[in-house]
Design a protein around this ligand. Sequence first.
Ligand code: BGC
Length: 749
Amino acid sequence: MRLKNTFAILLTAATLTAVARTPVYLDDSKPIEERVNDALSRMTIAEKIAIIHAQSKFSSPGVQRLGIPGIWCTDGPHGIRPDVLWDEWDQAGATNDSCVAFPALTCLAATWNPDMAALYGKSIGEEARYRNKNVLLGPGVNINRTPLNGRSFEYMGEDPLLAATMVVPYIRGVQDNGVAACVKHYALNNQEVDRSSIDVYVDDRTLHEIYLPAFKAAIIDGGAWAIMPGYNKYQGDHACENRRLLLDILKGDWAFDGVAISDWGAVHNTEKVAANGLDMEFGSWTNGLNFGASNAYDDYYLAKPYEKLILEGKADTALLNDKAARVLRLIMRTEMNRNRPYGSMNSPEHYAAARQIAGEGLVLLKNENNLLPVSPDVKKILVVGENAIKMMTVGGGSSSLKVQREILPLDGIRANASSKGIEVDYQRGYVGDVTGEYNGVTTGQNLADERNSEQLIADAVKAAREADMVIFIGGLNKSDHQDSEGADRLSYDLPYDQDKVIEALVAANPNTVVVNLTGNAYAMPWKDRVPAIVQGWYIGSEAGNAIADVLFGDVNPSGKLPFTMVVALDDFAAHATGDASVYPGVDGKVTYKEGLDVGYRHFDKLPAKRVNYAFGHGKSYTTFDLGKPRLSNSILKADDVLTVTVPVTNTGTRDGAEVVQLYVHDVKSKINRPYKELKAFDKVSVQPGKTENATMTIDRRAFAYYNPETSLWTVNPGRYELLIGNSSDAISNRLTVNIPEAITWCDSE
Ligand code: BGC
């Protein structure tokens, strides 16, 4: 008995000693901050320096001596990028890195449905987690200032509130998997021309009202664990070395506690980057392992050169500790979180999510005589256009993917049509870009066609005459100078003479539907002659199925445009004057002279005929009636929250969903303001003959402008109108809100 007790005492003591010996940083019952501080206190300067910069194209080292793992990043934002070699952009040749491609972020924005953003974030986060990636390089939320921007397809449109609302659930969904979202490209990275050096000048009010809100929401409401300062400069300093953007705004006003990770190769100066708030450096010039005898990663600005400054006492050690602590926090939140789920990949659920998001994001721009959905009387369809047969998941820059499968539009249409006994023919119509390769991933498609353009059009026209209906699938693609990273578009027109093809088709067969896949607005000189137009996007793995779902009516379209489609390039304020200093810049400088006049904020000042399709526009196969809205209170004081309820009646014969939009109009503004600004929206599904309520809440933020003199958000007292409709150009009701007293606050409150 005594022996047993002694043994028990010895055992308990042994266990206690073992527990006491578990270092705090490894003990996940302890709060993260304690673990971070403990780990930091054990690390040498060299170890702290090591974890704040890359060791390969996409990874950073941990602390081997302490058993702290490193970090693996992956692009983003539409699927998980295939693995590249340790230090080359060429493929690693892995066999487990084919993924689901989700629809481009423009398509997600076009759903106007935060639930779709949550589903997207959850699904892509699961894929990242399954592939053991810790940081997803996305989502992107740069505002669509010009339709020429080659990367618009990776962003969420022209409106700060729409982008801010959609980015938050995406981030949360990703991070619930123990994977960090890295919001990009902070900030003012609105063009690809001269992207590494262009120096942006923008007034403070525009900065805060247009270009920062989506980033701010990502950090404050989404709780993003990482952010990517972009390539460009802002007021003289590169974004990665920009004290104002990183220290004053991000880490100051928004109290960001995550990691600022440089865009790949976006760092230029050790002193500045050390002092001004960047935490991790990736992608600098190195070609690493074969760079000669020394390891080129040691030459990174935040590697040996930084260590030298620290050792010489020329850089602040507290700042190094702060960077290292943030990286440790990121590691604890991701790789060292034992409670994170395991993730999953290429699951039926992920394909279903991709298809559902795409179905909700396609926008029916026009549908004369209810040409769509395809009528049961149609027996023969002719599909025309290169984008019907071209894989679109390969190309376009860093968001390029290697997919497990991609349903092409023609195949999706064929499958759906054959289930209904409809015959489908195909004609090319035009030859655009027949290549399909990115960083060693090839589509394997042979798109060569020897016919000249006259012959291609003649063949398509002949076939169009013999069909009951023509579906043209064109638009832009991911080639250079289209929707692609590293360069902007050179023209607002559709390329490869597609306008001619469309005109010829509609002349040959009036039942012609145009479906354009793009990430940007474009000219539509044929708009009045084509009876039905669908705005498609880069849709990913389920492209063909999703397009067919909408064309054949299995899905009732409910997408709304996240940007305006105007007639000509010079309708955009950034292009209106042709002043090169406004776009694309002169002597390395670009000045956003148009200020707040971005998207509909500018087009509201133009004659209506300059707008082909307005921001927020999108039709359905059913019809809706927005009833009389109710407002919880017509007076707003500082901390009030107002609720607006709008009854939405489905007056047609199909299930459908409508997006109710609420814009604020300052009736007698003392300051220069856009006529109206989106401040809330709600998407509701309604059955035929039924009525459902759309519910929106607003508070003081909906009425505020940013006062650059006081640096305060400011609501002037007075009368405001809430404009309610189902598009920015279809306002059906107005409510009045009175604000008796001025309200002000600052971002850090
Ligand atoms: C892009 C980023 C991307 C990074 C890593 C850069 O060129 O601008 O968006 O995440 O490369 O591939």
